[in-house]
Design a protein around this ligand. Structure first.
Ligand code: TXA
Ligand code: MG
Length: 414
């Protein structure tokens, strides 16, 4: 990945990306762009005025630092050395400013869904708002071709949190960004639904032992296979000690990943929601894997009586504000990565109005569809969302990231 490059063809996709890049370089208005994890809200990481506009558009607390996205290792090295215009020749002659502990991770997982914590450069090359006053910053090289191309066209590192309004679920499609930020930003680069669907894993290799600060697209088992990372510890907390999760203490610092509806999470192996519990609600949403038989058999039976055993397929909202034309590159990307946005099936019964989403049995499907499903159910106006949790005890898949987000979304109702 030290050598790779992107070749551009002329055409509408190039023109659109170039326009987005020009906006990033020449204005302070953030631009939303796809990555393989979730959509990011990008701004030139070197300019305070641009970075401040991210916090304003999202309504993000100023003490929550941003991730810096880079397109190459030379770009990251130049940033760490404090001068973005440093030539590759000079950089090569100098000692590598990237701490050695990260070398095996970078080789294996970059470009990809991994963010590493690095010492902040000594010069003022990074806008101070990016680090929120910390002596460190997070860096990531995404693997989305559109993200990499945009970064390359800007020639600047881009500060980029997830492109949702603060507290809302992260956006995994351009429509989600539009729903949250319309009127606040000018441009969304549309790359279709995201490949991974949950954010990057954030790791701190500067601490001893190295620590996972946020579970994400790279699993803890994958990290443990890397030299120097065998004893990586979990530095985030989404369950109370002692095995099975107890109700969480309210008053967490930030509300997170929250739809408008109340979320009730059932941990893997928990009992099914009782009919009494669900009947109390007027309109409810259900998010589950397809392997789980609907617990609400009375309602399914009612739906069947109405000749609607599969429910009504609701069409997703396809409104878009994209500037990337759906031409060759987008078509190519979509044909390579055919990810679907989950749909809600509608069942009506005497007691409740039910919107039901099956995400699929694979952990990857659950991760990809999760945020989208929460948003979809909000659009249906449900009061309560019942979510079937998945087993996150094995460590060999991204279930840990899925359950971390769900526990935060559910706050105290677990
Ligand atoms: O997949 C992702 O990481 C997406 C895409 C857009 O790249 N970005 C993302 O950014 O999720 P954001 O801002 O929503 O989450 C960044 C996380 C936060 O939990 C933040 O506190 C943490 O990274 N973070 C950033 N800089 C940090 C630092 N210096 N030390 C510790 N944590 C840091
Ligand atoms: Mg976020």
């Amino acid at each position: 990945i030290d050598q790779w490059d992107i070749q551009y063809a002329e055409g509408p996709d190039y023109e659109s990306l170039k326009r987005a890049a020009d906006e990033l370089v020449n204005t302070d208005t953030p631009v939303a762009f796809p990555t393989e994890t979730v959509y990011g809200l990008g701004a030139d990481a070197t300019r305070s005025s641009a970075v401040k506009a991210i916090f304003a558009a999202k309504g993000r607390p100023a003490d929550n630092p941003l991730i810096v996205h880079v397109h190459s290792l030379p770009q990251l090295r130049a940033l760490l050395s404090g001068r973005l215009d440093k030539s590759e020749e000079i950089l090569q002659a100098e000692q590598d400013p990237i701490p050695g502990i990260y070398r095996p991770l970078i080789e294996r997982f970059w470009p990809g869904p991994l963010t590493i914590i690095l010492p902040a450069p000594e010069s003022s090359v990074l806008a101070p708002e990016v680090t929120a006053g910390l002596p460190t910053f997070g860096a990531r090289m995404p693997r989305s071709i559109l993200a990499l191309s945009l970064l390359r066209l800007c020639g600047r590192p881009l500060a980029g949190p997830s492109a949702n309004a603060s507290t809302r679920p992260s956006p995994t499609a351009a429509e989600h960004v539009f729903d949250d930020l319309q009127g606040r930003i000018q441009t969304i680069v549309d790359g279709g639904p995201c490949e991974v669907g949950v954010e990057s894993t954030v790791v701190d290799g500067l601490s001893s032992p190295p620590t996972v600060l946020r579970p994400g697209g790279v699993t803890i088992d994958q990290l443990r296979q890397c030299p120097g990372w065998e004893n990586v510890v979990v530095g985030y907390k989404d369950k109370q000690e002692g095995g099975a999760s107890k109700p969480r203490a309210p008053g967490m610092k930030y509300r997170h990943y929250s739809p408008k509806a109340e979320v009730i999470l059932f941990e893997a192996g928990a009992g099914r929601p009782s009919i009494e519990e669900t009947n109390a609600k007027k309109a409810i949403g259900i998010i589950r894997t397809t392997s789980w038989e609907p617990a609400l058999s009375l309602d399914s039976a009612a739906a069947e009586r109405n000749g609607d055993s599969n429910g009504t397929l609701q069409h997703q909202n396809t409104s878009t504000t994209t500037t990337t034309t759906p031409s060759r590159l987008s078509n190519l990307l979509r044909s390579v990565v055919q990810h679907q946005v989950p749909h809600a099936h509608h069942h009506e019964s005497e007691s409740s109005d039910i919107w039901d989403i099956g995400l699929g049995v694979g952990t990857g499907d659950v991760a990809r569809g999760l945020f989208s499903a929460l948003r979809e159910l909000d659009k249906k106006g449900v009061d309560t969302i019942f979510v079937e949790g998945i087993d996150d005890t094995t460590g060999d898949d991204i279930a840990a990231a899925v359950m971390n987000r769900l526990r935060k979304a559910a706050e105290i109702r677990i």
